[in-house]
Write a protein that binds this ligand. Structure first.
Ligand code: SF4
Length: 176
């Protein structure tokens, strides 16, 4: 039932909201965040328990002046610690997760098809998150917005506590 509700929110309510008016970029982001939050709550309420988790990251988490190419293989990271990619690799190793960087919606879809996860933890901006969540429905996705202290798409960050909490949620199938 909760998955059905999530479907209605993502496939009916969200497109109608987007059609309903011309939103400014700020308002659109707030609205997208609102829908992501509802979707997250419904996933949590359903209580999904699985170890087949895919952690999907945006390329902009990699610091701009790092010359290591991680888009095809995140494990090319040298672990220098100047950005959170190092920590996220460690988190993925500790929890035996599949970990990928997506540079766009098409790549993200391909990663999901290949990885065949039972649950996804996605980090991205609100626009990319909501489009990924809609695309992958009915797969359970917990979306986490990235932090953008330098503006969009540049040296973004993520609250690692939120990532760890999402992993624990899927691991236990319920909120802590
Ligand atoms: S941790 Fe260092 S090597 Fe790895 S992606 Fe970030 S800046 Fe590059």
């Amino acid at each position: 039932m909760r998955n059905f509700c999530r479907g209605v929110v993502l496939k009916v309510f969200y497109p109608m909201l987007m059609l309903a008016g011309a939103f400014s970029k700020d308002n659109k982001e707030k609205l997208q965040l609102f829908v992501i939050d509802i979707s997250n709550r419904l996933v949590r309420a359903k209580g999904v328990k699985t170890e087949k988790i895919l952690l999907l990251l945006p390329h902009c988490l990699q610091i701009g002046n790092c010359d290591v190419r991680i888009t095809h293989n995140i494990y090319n990271c040298k672990g220098c610690g100047r950005c959170e990619i190092k920590d996220l690799i460690q988190i993925a190793k500790d929890n035996n997760l599949k970990l990928f960087v997506a540079t766009g919606g098409t790549i993200a879809r391909r990663i999901v098809e290949d990885a065949r996860p039972e649950a996804i933890i996605a980090v991205a901006c609100e626009r990319d998150l909501i489009s990924g969540i809609v695309d992958t429905y009915p797969l359970p996705v917990l979306g986490i917005s990235n932090e953008r202290p330098f503006g969009p798409c540049l040296d973004t960050q993520v609250d690692l506590t939120k990532v760890k909490e999402a992993i624990e949620f899927f691991g236990k199938g319920r909120a802590l």
